[in-house]
Design a protein around this ligand. Structure first.
Ligand code: FES
Length: 137
């Protein structure tokens, strides 16, 4: 499994999301209060873009007229037909055991911990001698 840097932490503040393309896959990455989650950007219903959905919360009712709103900003609603998915797990709200958006692992890593890529440009030492720029090849 290869690592792909998608953004600097500074450019990805809490409450925002990014649509990234990694090896031909569109992935919606969410920063929910400083925690990062990544879902396939394809709604399992008919393929709507989850990244364009509205982030909402969870409404639960113990009895008619009494409801509780929680988990603000952790449920993504597909913009096409309104199916809702838990951003933390990818599970749908309508059928959590069968219908889910595919999840991908996402984490925050210090720049020093990232492995160098496989491609390195050829470099040559350069020095300055009495006002002349000299390239050693
Ligand atoms: S495509 Fe997402 S709810 Fe229909």
């Amino acid at each position: 499994m290869a690592k792909h840097v998608i953004a600097s932490l500074r450019d990805f503040p809490a409450g925002t999301r990014k649509l990234v393309d990694v090896r031909g896959r569109q992935i919606a990455v969410f920063n929910i209060k400083g925690e990062f989650f990544a879902l396939a950007n394809r709604c399992p219903h008919q393929g709507g873009s989850l990244c364009e959905g509205r982030l909402t919360g969870l409404v639960e009712a113990s009895e008619p007229g009494k409801y509780r709103y929680s988990r603000r900003g952790e449920i993504i609603r597909c913009p096409w037909h309104g199916w809702e998915f838990d951003v933390r797990t990818g599970k749908s709200w309508c059928e959590p055991s069968k219908v889910r958006a595919r999840q991908f692992a996402v984490s925050v890593a210090p720049g020093s911990a990232l492995v160098e890529g496989p491609y390195v440009a050829e470099t040559f030492p350069v020095r300055i001698e009495d006002d002349y720029v000299v390239l050693d090849i």
